[in-house]
Design a protein around this ligand. Sequence first.
Ligand code: ATP
Ligand code: MG
Length: 455
Amino acid sequence: MIRRIIRRIFRKPGRGASARRAVEPAVIPPESHPVRREQISPGSRRVCETLQHQGYKAYVVGGAVRDLLTGATPKDFDVATDATPDEARRCFRRSHLIGRRFQIVHAMMGREIVEITTFRGSEKDAAKTDAHGRLLRDNVFGDQSEDAARRDFTINALYFDPVTEQILDYHHGVADLRQKTLRIIGDPKIRYREDPVRMLRAVRLSAKLGLFIDPETRAPIREMAALLANVPAPRVFDEILKMLTSGHAIKCLSVLRDEGLQQLSLLDAALNEGEKFILLALADTDQRIRKGKTSSPAFLFAVLLWGKVNAAWRRLCEEGEHPNPALSQAMSDVLHAQNEKLVINRRIAGDIREIWALQPRLEQRSGKRAYGVLAHPRFRAAYDFLLLRAAAGEISQELPDWWLAFQEADAKKRADMLLPGGGKKRRRKRRKTENQASHAEESHAEKNSAKEDGD
Ligand code: ATP
Ligand code: MG
């Protein structure tokens, strides 16, 4: 303990931070806000208590505090501290360091994993940017006020102390939240240039929390939208995925369009080719998520790209290609072209292919095929997809109705429901092609083993 106190006294100011004067936060006492320590996850609460007991500062920070203030349920509880990653790790028996440049600590608290981040310093101290001004490094430790200043929006720079139940508010985030305003910290142009993803976060958070984007925060977005092209694709992918699964996808889409941001993502091109289908699917997803259900990324991307696949499939069929290989070709072409814009990870791509490949198989209701389709691990997702196609007027409602009845029927009724197959010769020929197609799918599925269920 004494060694730690001495080390703190002689610690270099802000670990690479400049001698900028620390900004004092407003301290909001428990009687002036509704957040209570019981609302914080047990793990993050214990992490804060332990770190504080060891003489460090420790707070629950960011999205969790913001969400609790608005009455929303936080997705996760992150802890910020002035302990270095090594110091923090030593406080918890079951913990390890993650990341190379800016290390964070994962502490296992029972079954919960709590992410512990050391206060980060000013972005100006990181000083390494690409040709467009985008920050390439963000790995300098700092003091708490610097940590607050490098966060994106005022409502995300709130620190909740589970011991005292005080909130430390460095940038008037609580007032902004009360006034339903999303405001960036600092000069918006500089902050977007440093990290263009903040423009997407502005859209998502304003849609999710029902906030107005402050005019100064909003103004530069349109002219700076193009900077998103320089951001590594996986980050854009993650953010788009967060939008689609936020429960407010439709709203996000409309704000993206209002702000001129839609072009960067696959959303714009996708909407041109299947607007009705996509809007129906997103409205459906929003409802599911608001009811606490999940929606798989594969399903969402299968929806977004279906218009293109469908068009390419039809074209190949018109050119005389057999439907099954034509679909396979169309799927590969679209996924390949898509990867040049926004990389979809391989596992998700495998699931997307399965949902698409099951569509023509759902149209075949004779012989034993229907049983095979019903037993397929992606049947549920493929059936939901079929329902949407019917709702969009792409196919007759009779088909999903038949499948609903088939799922609910007993063995005898199922056998009666099957449509008569074609002649023997034709059937054998068709079966061969279908076997080839399903074999290809199965081997694809094997490659992508360890999959989570789509629904
Ligand atoms: P949610 O968890 O609902 O997606 P969040 O705001 O918690 O929203 P996270 O990605 O979990 O988002 O980030 C945690 C915190 O880290 C944010 O609240 C914010 O303070 C900070 N942060 C995240 N992304 C950025 C960014 N691009 N620039 C600056 N600060 C950021
Ligand atoms: Mg979060």
